[in-house]
Design a binder for this molecule. Sequence first.
Ligand code: SAH
Ligand code: SF4
Length: 361
Amino acid sequence: MSAELRALGVAERQIRMRASQLWSWLYVRGATSFAAMTDIAKELRGELAENFVLARPEIVTEQISVDGTRKWLLRLDDGKEVETVYIPEENRGTLCISSQVGCTLTCSFCHTGTQKLVRNLTPGEIVGQIMLARDRIADWPGAEAEDKRGLPGSERKITNVVLMGMGEPLYNFEHVRDACLIAADGEGLAIGKRRITLSTSGVVPEIPRWGEEAGTMLAISLHAVRDELRDQLVPINRKWPIKDLLAACRAYPGLSNAKRITFEYVMLKGVNDSVADAKELVRLLAKIPAKINLIPFNPWPGAPHECSDWEQIEKFAEVVNRAGYASPVRSPRGRDIMAACGQLKSASVKQRASARLTASA
Ligand code: SAH
Ligand code: SF4
């Protein structure tokens, strides 16, 4: 920002102050026009407006689930689309953001994985999802939400951000890192690093670098405790097997009982949900400060799996519970609007697919 102000000819002694004013208008107050920035000289506001745009991704659809979960399908400048999901609870709210359009990986249980990667999101498009969500749920000082259904009672409506939407965030490392650093900045959006969680399918070489350069909380999509099975479910395992993945986890900077790694485990009927699997899971994670998150499989049209029976999930959870992991089952949210884990896939691709079907029929 300072460099851009300098290029506009702002005097050197004013640059720091102007940059911090701008930053605060953008990220503390959520200003959507330069005209609103009343403590900045009118002439400079005009120049800013001529040279820069303050835009949000365009909303294609906004859906609100019966449980208050919101899902936005967003259109980017080049027409590509991504999804963002907001999950309110009583006293907190989690925003699930995307890092790529589609995903190059092809995990068997994931809807996003059936969509070809189109491209990486820019830092602006990643932070833009947070800004847009804060607009829609009125999470700016003094703002009033149009639709208050299900919003938390806490002062801040977005207390946590998870990189668990579309894409493999560690395959878009620099952009996701820069976006997280902006989101975590205490003078701006101020979502602390401890409240940002990056989920990875296991891009092992980037894990230590993420710890050093971004230092957010980490979640690992484990989903299987044996390599032969994980090779099938999470194909990146063929490159970096479980042993290497867990070694990278053990070495993650700053791990402690207060800062644990979350291991995600999707419950697939008859595939990875036996009591023996549960015991092996607990054994594998024994020396890592860990949380375990069992995710009931969320179905999507044409998915090759079914969700484990509730009884089986309970048996599995009991083994995990007895090993000292509290409340390990993630309750599915927003299933009625296809907003739950692994259900995201932008509608344009779905439409194109159905248009193709019609065309060839
Ligand atoms: N690409 C990253 C982050 C996005 S996926 C990753 O794979 O970790 C976020 C979580 O949802 C991952 O743990 C993913 O494995 C899980 N998931 C994907 N499809 C799912 C489905 N259909 N049901 C439940 N969880 C799913
Ligand atoms: Fe990509 Fe994650 Fe889906 Fe696997 S689970 S296909 S890594 S988005």
